[in-house]
Write a protein that binds this ligand. Sequence first.
Ligand SMILES: Nc1ncnc2c1ncn2[C@@H]1O[C@H](COP(=O)(O)OP(=O)(O)OP(=O)(O)O)[C@@H](O)[C@H]1O
Ligand SMILES: [Mg+2]
Length: 316
Amino acid sequence: MSTKTNIVTVTMNPAIDLACKIPDFTAGKVNRVTQYQTDAAGKGVNIAVLLRKFDLPVIVTGFLGQDNAGIFEKLFTEKGLVDDFIRVPGETRIGIKVLDPSTESTTDINFPGLSPDEEHVEELMRKVGELAEEALIVVIGGSLPSGVSPDVVGRLVAIIKSKGAKAVVDTSGSALVSAIKAGPWLIKPNDDELSELVGRPLKDSRDILDEMRRMNRAGITNVAVSLGARGALFTDGEEELLAKPPKIEPVSTVGAGDAMIGGLVAGVAFGLSLKERVRLATSMSAATVAQAGPSLERLDDAKELEKQVIVEAINL
Ligand SMILES: Nc1ncnc2c1ncn2[C@@H]1O[C@H](COP(=O)(O)OP(=O)(O)OP(=O)(O)O)[C@@H](O)[C@H]1O
Ligand SMILES: [Mg+2]
């Protein structure tokens, strides 16, 4: 039994999400905001916040802009997250979401992000190496800032593995390709990300499962592929499972993937079997979709759904 208990999440491209409601939003005129909310976000940060709901020890790292780090620092203090982010000159990117209730449309305005230089990247490698020594799991989440090579993700996975920790990666495109080459412990692409990865549309579950088995044989111990409302497929090289979420009234699908990773990682920390991890992760993602915010507010909501998750062995 490993005595390492820390969980580390790495967010190289965090964001400050500003969601605002503007009825009759019109470009080229003065628009009045009736309601707004600002959140410190980024996949690794969101997953870390979820893991703290289980009282697990979580350290967050990655790159943060030194000029607007306050909102992140406040979140980390509130949630009991250990802040090991590298400060980079400039501002963490801001993403504005304009919601217009009259047309039910959303307009996205995305600011440019940070540009960490070679030294920041090397500092992150060193830091993740040190943190991985004492960690059970290191999660790498989200996209890369412009100018950071996708190779960095593969290098991080290799470092994490060399320290005896489990590397979990949730990203897409060339960063995912780079991660996969290094053989992470767990990946969880959705069906679109998987089909981009293999460079062709995926026909059916059998087709997806074949790709999952291929990755598994290539050294990725745990492969999960999420399919939105249809659930997700999982393999750990021994068992192959399909988890179907209960029918819920979807409110916002934002954060469903983060909740799934959060559940899978928490399940490992608690020593759950694959079946139990899959059930926990699926109930958490369904509960997240059934609420308004991107981050699951109440673990109890997931607990209530857990019994309704159907987990079955795949016979394909
Ligand atoms: N409408 C829904 N009802 C119930 N559960 C859902 C619904 N949508 C998603 N889920 C659950 O959330 C999981 C992850 O969803 P999805 O496949 O959309 O992830 P994703 O595309 O990675 O999401 P993200 O945008 O957060 O990265 C699914 O496997 C499923 O268990
Ligand atoms: Mg996702």
